[in-house]
Design a protein around this ligand. Structure first.
Ligand code: FAD
Length: 317
């Protein structure tokens, strides 16, 4: 079922959903299920599974020389989606990125999803690989989320890359895109970022999932701004509870977001053993306010840890 159908069916009630990561290579599917099982009582409307492109690592050879090798540390996004749908009968949203794919490979990945009955995707550009300063698309790959979205919309109209494929079966993907209440780090201004978001919406995006934020004002301002720009598709707030002191700086640096002064002060003046509870209480308040504000979904970035999400969901739903 399309994510937008879930939203329509909920008729204004705030839904619960989660994002999970594929486990590190070597771990079994049980580790995925162990992260989902404790959250099933809250009836997730859908489960997102992130995509992780290859990384380059230096490996020492027997003769002492070093070799740069490519490795995928968290493979399996599509298979995990299929396994979740099979086990829990819950819709999944695989993340699909431009980086590391040429258009042919993207088309084949979409065909796999279509055959598996997965008809939702989160359409993303992906970040640059560590040794590159900027995002570099694959030769013959999509350069940004807009181009990837256009490719999917073509497939939704039965248009494949090969012009000679006639009377092709059209796919039926419901497409989400990313939105940044505090601006994407590369965008010159919030206005410029908003203009690109608008282009993604005009190209057929069906819903927006936001980057995490710890200050609800940023989300509500973003939604207002979107509405002023004529963006009227559902905007799902991305929620991440802070669970340790290091995250105050870590999350802020990784995701280019600002931590509210009150939260920073509370964490910095607390004893180590109290920090987690401060983060959880903050998140519960955030979620209650967002729910009262009528958000369509509270979308939790579990990052493989279900305990904190469970605590918050118990207080909010
Ligand atoms: P885009 O929409 O392509 O935008 C990227 C930048 O380019 C922005 O600054 C934008 O303003 C600018 N821009 C857009 N279009 C144009 C244009 N036509 N010309 C010039 N500039 C343009 N990463 C992963 O690798 N795997 C994941 O699973 C994953 N999941 C995510 C989930 C969510 C909810 C979010 C918010 C992010 C996720 N990311 C993931 C990270 C994401 O890939 C990065 O933030 C990436 O840097 C940008 O992706 P995007 O889709 O927003 O890019």
């Amino acid at each position: 079922m399309h994510i937008t159908d879930h939203i329509n069916k909920a008729a204004g009630k705030t839904l619960f959903s989660i994002e999970i990561l594929p486990p590190l290579k070597g771990k079994g599917i049980e580790s995925v299920f162990n992260g989902i099982d404790p959250l099933m009582e809250f009836k997730p409307a859908f489960i997102d599974v992130t995509y992780h492109r290859e990384e380059f690592i230096i490996r020492k050879q027997a003769d002492g020389s070093e070799e740069k090798v490519s490795t995928k540390k968290r493979p399996g996004t599509v298979a995990i989606c299929a396994a979740i749908m099979n086990k829990y009968k819950v819709d999944t949203v695989p993340h699909l990125i431009c980086g590391g794919f040429n258009k042919e490979e993207t088309e084949n990945a979409l065909i796999d999803l279509n055959f598996l009955g997965i008809d939702n995707v989160l359409v993303l550009r992906g970040d640059n690989v560590k040794h590159e300063k900027m995002f570099v698309p694959d030769k013959n790959g999509n350069k940004n989320a807009l181009e990837l979205l256009e490719q999917i919309q073509n497939l939704n109209s039965g248009k494949y890359l090969d012009d000679e494929i006639n009377e092709a079966t059209a796919s039926n993907f419901c497409c989400g895109v990313a939105g940044y209440p505090e601006k994407h780090y590369e965008a010159l201004s919030l206005d410029a970022d908003m203009a690109f978001l608008k282009r993604k919406v005009n190209a057929g995006a069906n819903f927006i999932v936001t980057q995490m934020f710890f200050d609800n004002t940023k989300y509500f301002n973003f939604v207002k701004r979107c509405s002023e720009e004529g963006i009227n598709i559902p905007i799902f707030p991305g929620i991440k509870p802070l669970t340790n002191r290091k995250q105050l700086v870590g999350l802020s640096n990784i995701f280019n977001i600002e931590m509210p002064q009150d939260l920073t002060k509370a964490v910095n003046t607390a004893k180590d053993e109290d920090v987690k509870q401060i983060g959880l209480d903050w998140c519960v308040q955030q979620c209650k306010e967002l729910k009262n504000g009528g958000v369509p979904v509270l979308h939790f970035y579990t990052m493989g840890l279900s305990e904190a999400t469970k605590y918050i969901a118990q207080k909010v739903f």
